[in-house]
Design a protein around this ligand. Structure first.
Ligand code: ZN
Length: 156
């Protein structure tokens, strides 16, 4: 499917007084996320690896990728950390509330890991391999914060 749009994605509004272009593939990824709550990857026609978020060239094969494919939205925790030390958030200039979870998630159908926050409402459930799903922001703007965090789901 050809890519035609090249949106300028809004900045997060916290101390970054500029917007920036995320490119054709990034525009498509964030537009789908904002408008349809869908996560898009792109598949390498040579090796079959699916990159999320999508990128133009396969890092293994050095070929251009054009086959967009939906992934997730569920996945599994590939690895994670729980941050407990307070620090100054460079996005806000203020102390970031701790603790919070952050991890690398392998979305269903993806060959790469996607970084995001993980809810630590019940820390005992945060494990490598745990099934997770995204919680979307009600008001989406076309940036990575359209997903608030991932949360562990049970019974799958
Ligand atoms: Zn490849």
């Amino acid at each position: 499917m050809p890519v035609k749009e090249n949106l300028i994605i809004e900045s997060t509004g916290h101390g970054q007084p500029f917007d920036y272009a995320v490119g054709l593939y990034g525009s498509r990824f964030f537009s789908e996320l904002r408008d349809k709550r869908r996560l898009l990857g792109v598949k390498c026609h040579k090796c079959g690896k699916v990159y999320v978020p999508p990128r133009r060239v396969c890092g293994d094969c050095f070929v251009e990728m054009t086959e967009f494919t939906e992934v997730g939205p569920k996945g599994v925790i590939g690895t994670f950390t729980i941050l407990r030390y307070a620090f100054i958030d460079p996005e806000t200039g203020e102390q970031k509330p701790v603790p919070y979870g952050y991890g690398f998630i392998r979305l269903d159908g993806a060959g790469t890991l996607f970084q995001h926050y993980i809810s630590i409402e019940d820390e005992s459930k945060i494990k490598i391999g745990a099934r997770v799903e995204p919680v979307f922001s009600e008001e989406r703007k076309g940036n990575v914060k359209d997903i608030l965090y991932f949360r562990v789901i049970e019974g799958e």
